[in-house]
Design a protein around this ligand. Structure first.
Ligand code: NDP
Length: 328
């Protein structure tokens, strides 16, 4: 089976690529430059079934028309996840939404043999920011972020990012309904994703979600920060969910909230200090310890359909911190 993996240079995609190759898929990976292709190529034996297509900007018209040719399945992870927004439309909304439209149109027009498309969406497309702590609520696949375009193009980068994922996912479901392509879609919706990094990364370029843990261990914070989004999952479970979804008929046209559970930065800091006593003095021990009740999360559908066995918070934080400690 030949899989197209978009955004292969990313944190999550690095793990998806690893599992696909381990399971015997032939992978065509899209990256933005030859140097990113060279880095990934270097991670695997010379005879690995891995080739590349350069897609510099997923927001460009017909970005994937060439890349999709000849593949059997598609995994679309590429989408910007950062808060360095000067222009909400150009920086986040366009690449997320047009990138999704582009991969779906290209697949329909140039790869009619494709039956399955997996799309990395997010808890960002589920959460209702206006509800805040919402203690009486349990989030699941049934929830949709009700964000509007006006809010999306406002001045809060977190709202813009969440909107980019919401509109991108809606675009995908609308596409399937209206265009009736030969393929079904499955969306994978994780909250904050942590865990070991196998992509090309430095302390300066650490991906947005792991940056939160990096900030906690590198001595840059005097106090424990607040926990604005208290749901998390390990990257290895997220990657496994993408590949299991490809192989599970029950996952066709389904949405999956891939969530291990809830956390607070106080718990993360306790885990780090227990396992890495050498970080004492760097990791904050005082600060925000909230006793507020918060919304709950439901991962039962992902366990049932995709067989995910969730990695514990301690395991995930320890495995990530093993890497971060070398940077301190
Ligand atoms: P990364 O920033 O590590 O990966 C993002 C990937 O998308 C990179 O390969 C990046 O390429 C590529 N990309 C971004 N913008 C463009 C563009 N305009 N043109 C071409 N390629 C582009 O982040 P993650 O691995 O965390 O994110 C992967 C996916 O997971 C995204 O869809 C994100 O929204 C989603 N997600 C992430 C969560 C998390 O906590 N990490 C939580 C929920 C969802 P390059 O490296 O060259 O910039």
């Amino acid at each position: 089976t030949i899989a197209l993996l978009t955004g292969a240079s990313g944190f999550i995609a690095g793990h998806v690529l690893k599992i696909l190759l381990e399971k015997g898929y032939t992978v065509k990976a899209t990256v933005r430059s030859q140097s990113k292709a060279d880095y990934l190529k270097g991670l695997y034996p010379a005879d690995a079934k891995l080739s590349f297509a350069i897609v510099e900007d997923i927001a460009a018209p017909n970005a994937f028309d060439e890349a999709v040719k000849g593949v059997d399945v598609v995994v679309h992870t590429a989408s910007p996840f950062h808060f360095k927004v000067t222009d909400p439309v150009n920086d986040l909304l366009d690449p997320a939404i047009k990138g999704t439209t582009s991969i779906l149109h290209a697949t329909k027009n140039f790869a009619p043999q494709v039956k399955r498309v997996i799309i990395t969406s997010s808890f960002a497309a589920i959460i209702n920011g206006a509800k805040g702590d919402w203690p009486e609520h349990t989030y699941s696949e049934a929830d949709w972020n009700p964000v509007t375009w006006e809010e999306a193009i406002g001045t809060n980068p977190a709202t813009t990012y969440r909107a980019s994922k919401t509109f991108a996912e809606k675009t995908a479901w609308d596409f399937v309904e209206k265009e009736k392509p030969n393929f079904t879609i499955t969306t994978i919706n994780p909250p904050l994703v942590w865990g070991p990094m196998i992509h090309d990364v430095t302390p300066e370029t650490v991906n947005t979600s792991n940056a939160n843990v990096w900030a906690l261990v590198n001595g840059s914070q005097a106090t424990i920060p607040a926990t604005p989004t208290p749901a998390w999952v390990d990257v290895r479970n997220v990657a496994e969910a993408h590949v299991n979804a490809l192989e599970t008929p029950a996952a066709e046209n389904q949405r999956y909230f891939i969530v291990a559970g809830k956390y607070s930065y106080k718990e993360v800091s306790d885990i780090v200090l227990k396992n890495f006593p050498e970080l004492t003095g760097k990791v904050p021990t005082e600060g925000v310890i909230s006793s507020k009740k918060l919304y709950d999360v439901d991962n039962s559908k992902s366990k049932k359909d995709l067989g995910i066995e969730y990695i514990s918070l301690e395991q995930s934080v320890v495995d990530l911190t093993k890497q971060l400690v070398a940077w301190v």
